[in-house]
Every structure is written in structure tokens, then in C-alpha cells.
Design a protein around this ligand. Sequence first.
Ligand SMILES: NC(=O)c1ccc[n+]([C@@H]2O[C@H](COP(=O)([O-])OP(=O)(O)OC[C@H]3O[C@@H](n4cnc5c(N)ncnc54)[C@H](O)[C@@H]3O)[C@@H](O)[C@H]2O)c1
Length: 406
Amino acid sequence: MSRRIGREDFAPHGKSDRHRKGWPRGVSRLSPAFGLNYGYLAHTGDASGHVARGMREKRALHLISHSVAPSSAGFEEAGNGEVLRRRPMRKVIRTGVIGIGKMGANHARIYATMPGSHLVGIYDPDLARARACAEACGCTAFDTVEALIAAGVEAVSVAVPTSKHRDVVCHVLALGAHVLVEKPIASTVEEAEEMIRTAGRRGRLLMVGHIERFNPAITAIRDSVGSEEIITINIVRVGPRPPRIKDAGVIIDLAVHDIDLVRYLTGQPVTDVYCVSSAHGDVYEDTASILLRTERGVSAQLTVNWITPYKAREIQVITPNRLVRANLLTQHVQSASRYSAEDGSYLVHDLYVPYQEPLRAQLAAFLDAVRRGEAPPVTGEDGLRTLEVALRAAACRTDSILRCAS
Ligand SMILES: NC(=O)c1ccc[n+]([C@@H]2O[C@H](COP(=O)([O-])OP(=O)(O)OC[C@H]3O[C@@H](n4cnc5c(N)ncnc54)[C@H](O)[C@@H]3O)[C@@H](O)[C@H]2O)c1
């Protein structure tokens, strides 16, 4: 079964591009290179817009036909709920969530509605919170982790405070379930290594919730940059302090997202780490400027803090030919490239990105790995490598950085 998919079907939050706020359009023309561009298309603010939109629909369809997920009704479904065509049902995985705070409640909401998942139940020592969430999701709030797993749960999201990841994850793996643990994998390298060893010994999957890998804006950047050499990456991730985070600073809690992105986008290990951080009214740092260099010389500048009054997540990836930038919240992605050396004008394209909730894509990838019995897309080792870099940044002392003579 299929139906014609119109332009508005792909606009994020039901808005068309022209409603998006943020960056100025600059010079906006259709680039010849865009005709070859991996399923994303320029949105132009000028007269060529009609052509661009028509092509965009075609390409968005192409893209969605490669990102379908099975629905429990035996249909294939695009991430936006669009029913495309019939296919045999894939195995429904029995799921559970441990830790029903801000993040865990979102895992439960998605497992409860996701094709291919049957949310059996949840566990949180805060029973009132667990019961309220269970009622909203139509599942059971169990009194213990053992009772949850004994109810036949195969795949579990663990979204407890980071300092408790190791204990809860190792316990669940020992009880025989596959685990998706929220980022960062753990508080220390030793804890992370124990989690990886336990998963190996028990023959269970351990995936780490580095959610930005599943952000369609990051997929668009990756596809757009393709095999071009990356020279440098700039990321800003700032906002107000979340009062509930009490066991980590902004580097371990927030910058891990960006360290993971640098590893993911470059495909290289990080070799050099520099960091200047400071704390304002807490034992943990709440601002950090981090410089990274990868094995083959890509540099990255990461700015994270918990002191900016509004939330912002922005990334720029710069290659010899262009700059691709994204707002990771709105999933608005633009590519800017040199147009005229004579007058300095340049081209700016909006890349078309079908909006999808990154957490939904992440959980779908986890269940797919469980279904196929294959390594998950973000392994325990990935989480460990990212944590190692974050811990090195957090350990940097300003007095170990060369000072300029005053
Ligand atoms: N991927 C992301 O973008 C993202 C965003 C926020 C938080 N996180 C991560 O999610 C995890 C949880 O963060 P949060 O903001 O949801 O925290 P939170 O404080 O809102 O929730 C934590 C929940 O865990 C429960 N809990 C505590 N100890 C437990 C235990 N032993 N067993 C079961 N439940 C227990 C608490 O009662 C609480 O309900 C952290 O690791 C955090 O880094 C990830």
C-alpha cells in the first residue's frame, strides 16, 4: 500500500523550510554538485525553488525507501508513520526500561509505540514514578529488576545515573538480557571495561546510547561530505544546567556526545586532547573548551557549558571545498561553498533532511542488532574510547597548558 508523499510530509514538526528560523540564507543557488548528492537536495530561496522542491520530493522518497522499519501489523513503515508496502513481519522483541527519569521515560514511550517492540515493563526504585509511566505506556511497573527480566524481557534500556551504569548493566547482562546503556558508558574506564567483559562472557549485546549518530542531521552531513577530506570540526553544545545531573561535570555528561561525533565523522581515533574548564558553584566543571586532534590530523574545537540561558547544539564540518553546518535540534543542515573568487560571493544550500526523533532511530537500531544477533552500531568499545578522551579532557589542568608571557 502506498500513497503519494507530498512536500509537507517531510517538513520537520510539520513546518516547511520557510518557517525555520536561524541562519541567514546568504547567496542561495542550486549547485551542479547537488544533482549527485546522496539523497539530499538544495532548498533555494530564489526562482529555482520550484525545481528544487520537485526534485526534493523524489529524493526524499528514495531516502525513505532505504530507511523503512517493520510495523507490528506486517506493513513496512517509514519513520514518519508512512505506510509504504506489505512485507513479512519481523520478530517482535520484548523490551524493558530500567531507570524512569527524564531519559528513561522517553525510552519507554518509544518502545511502547515502536513497531517490532513489545514493551513488557519498567523498573525504577521510585515506584510512584514507575507506576505513572507504566500507566501512560500500557505496561507493568515491576518491583525488582529480576522480576522484569523474568517476565521474558530480551532487550533493556538502562537509563540510570551514570555512576550506577556499571552495577545495573552488569546485573542485567548476568540475568540474560541485551542492554542499551545511556551515554556515557560509565564514570570510569575500569567500570566500562567490566561492562564490556561481562557482555562478552554472557554472550549478550551491549550498545551505548551515543544518540547523535542517529540524528538525521549528522547522517546528512556524513552523506554530504562523503569521501572529502575533513580539515576541522567545530561543535557548540551549551544550555542551562540540568539540576538532576549530580554525578558528573559537563565534559563527561555533554562533551561525550561531541567527542563521539568527532570519532564517528572522521573514522579516526583521537590522539591529542587539550582542555580549559572551570566550575562555577559546583565541584564539577560547568564550562569547557576542548581541542582535539585525530590520528590523521583533523582538528576539532568543542565548546560545552551549563551556563548559557538557552539550549544550542550546532556543528560545522569544514573540508577543502566547503563548510557543512547543522543545527542538531532543528535538524536544519546547510552547505556553503566558494562561488566566485572575484567578488567573494559563495553558495549556500539547505540540505533536505526528513525529520526523525534520534532516540527512535537509535532504539530501532538496537532492536535490529538484537534481532539479527549482530554487533550493535555503537559498541561498548566505542563508548569506552569516547569516555577515555572525555576523562583526559576532564583531567587537563590549566597549569599544564603553556602560558603566554604577561
Ligand atoms: N542521550 C541523551 O541525550 C541523554 C540525555 C539525558 C540523559 N542521558 C543519560 O541518561 C542517564 C539518566 O539520565 P536522566 O537525565 O534520565 O536522569 P534522571 O535523574 O532524570 O533519572 C534517573 C532515574 O534512575 C532511577 N534510578 C536510580 N538508581 C537506580 C537503580 N539502581 N536502578 C534503577 N533505577 C534507578 C532514578 O530513580 C531516576 O528515576 C544518564 O546516564 C544520562 O547521562 C542521556
